[in-house]
Design a protein around this ligand. Structure first.
Ligand code: EPU
Length: 427
């Protein structure tokens, strides 16, 4: 296994091109299984979550080719003429929650499916009750046995009008995929409005579905009996962009982030301004300028899009660890997404937890320490904390990081960070 070593203290200066979005890639790759035709997906990032998903879809019958587009991204040409296997095994699904969504193409094209209960980052209980209730309302029979969801249909699924209790991203993706191949009008209300939903809906529309309202909380899907191939592109990763923005806000310096969609990080832009960071931006780049290292404490509360993303909460906490006062960070999406706290405390941060809120008393200095990554975004917060800490930090279990950040060490070191990946001989 690898570890990452960081010698903190340097300012970050330079330019970084943002890779394709992990959380858009995963549903879009799965959606390719809804058709027998060839699907082309450009700007695929180089992430272990993508490789895990490709292994899974191969096991189900997909054939694909990954072509290097330039040095930084891939073009995926994928075709699933036939679903040859309707079982998504524990080994492949446990690594990544999004794998569970293959249940949609499997049940639609095979009539029955067996998919392992999902794994992924340990950030909360993460139930699947909404998925199951949608399938049941559409007419599928469901059983949970031996750690697997077993679903089957006797006749065609029926379109439904469904109101989500919470605007779940995954369930909205799942609903769009499944109802695109259920003839008639399905409606999802209190739907997630995340940009990744818009990307998936646009891809499904290219494939022949008729989806309207994506990006709002009411999406209407006029499903059809057959979808066709499409040529589509993964949008930039707003969480990667936000992570680098928070990194330079913490270390000081000047970073230009290219290939972004500024509208998708509007909330972060506002929050960063409150912490006393200077920002210049246009539609597809943002420049973050932090001349001094004085950070104003700022409170945030994570919320579904367009609110502050839970996927940037840990990284924001690393910034607040260095603020010159007290801030409150409230996590409202996942009930256990504070595992980075104990590791930031190892760097010397002063953070207390009170239920769903972290109270951060900023300090002037943190000091390098041995750290352990606990989940994907937590790993990024440790990197940010360590980039400014005095001395050297080592971060173990960076396989969490590799799930969702494409070449993060190369990108940071090209901007002045002293960061190195090494073999971990102690694991
Ligand atoms: N929920 C239920 N029942 C369900 C489904 C969800 O109660 O059947 C609850 C969850 O327990 C959670 C809330 O709804 O409290 C929101 O979860 P959501 O379903 O929106 O999350 P997700 O689809 O599992 C995606 C991202 C996460 C991101 C969340 C929230 C992907 C692959 N994952 O997860 O990304 O944090 O939406 O924005 O798109 C990450 O990239 O590090 C990551 C965890």
């Amino acid at each position: 296994m690898d570890l990452i070593q960081i010698k903190g203290g340097n300012f970050l200066e330079g330019e970084i091109s943002i890779s394709g979005s992990k959380n858009a890639s995963l549903p879009m790759i799965i959606a390719s299984l809804l058709t027998r035709d060839k699907v082309k997906i450009r700007n695929i990032p180089n992430l272990s979550d993508v490789s895990t998903l490709l292994k899974l879809i191969k096991s189900l019958g997909s054939e694909f080719e990954l072509k290097n587009e330039d040095n930084s991204s891939y073009k995926l040409i994928v075709q699933t003429k036939e679903i040859k296997n309707n079982i998504a095994s524990y080994d492949l699904v446990r690594k990544m929650r999004a794998s569970f969504w293959v249940l949609a193409p499997l049940i639609l094209r095979y009539g029955e499916a067996k998919v392992s209960l999902p794994g992924g980052c340990a950030i909360g209980i993460r139930p699947i009750n909404f998925y199951l209730s949608i399938l049941e309302k559409m007419g599928a029979s469901i059983k949970i046995k031996d750690g697997y969801v077993q679903a089957s249909i006797k006749s065609n699924l029926q379109p439904i009008n469904y109101k989500l209790d919470f605007p779940s991203v995954g369930v909205t993706h799942f609903f769009l995929m499944i109802s695109s191949l259920v003839e008639g009008e399905s409606i999802i209300r209190n739907a997630a409005m995340e940009p990744e939903i818009i990307s998936l809906a646009s891809m499904l529309n290219k494939m022949g579905a008729k989806i309207t309202g994506h990006g709002t909380d009411k999406i209407v899907i006029n499903g059809c009996s057959k979808l066709k191939g499409a040529d589509t592109k993964i949008p930039p990763d707003r969480i990667e962009a936000g992570t680098f923005a928070l990194a330079v806000a913490t270390t000081g310096g000047k970073l230009k982030l290219k290939s972004i969609n500024i509208k998708e990080i509007e909330i972060l832009k506002d929050v960063l301004k409150n912490t006393d960071v200077e920002i210049k931006s246009s539609e597809n780049f943002i420049e973050i300028i932090k001349k001094n290292r004085v950070i104003h404490p700022t409170d945030i509360e994570t919320k579904p899009y367009p609110g502050f993303p839970t996927d940037l909460q840990a990284q924001f906490m690393a910034l607040m660890a260095y603020s010159n006062g007290k801030s409150k960070i409230k996590e409202t999406i996942f009930e256990n997404r504070f595992m980075h706290v104990q590791e930031l405390v190892r760097l010397g941060a002063k953070i207390k937890l009170n239920g769903d809120t972290a109270i951060v008393n900023g300090v002037k200095k943190l000091y390098g320490a041995p750290l352990m990554a606990t989940d994907l975004r937590a790993s990024a917060s440790l990197i940010i904390g360590a980039l400014r800490a005095e001395g050297t930090s080592t971060i173990r279990r960076v396989y969490h990081l590799d799930r969702g950040f494409d070449k993060i060490e190369q990108k940071l070191s090209s901007c002045g960070a002293i960061i190195e990946r090494k073999r971990d001989n102690n694991e």
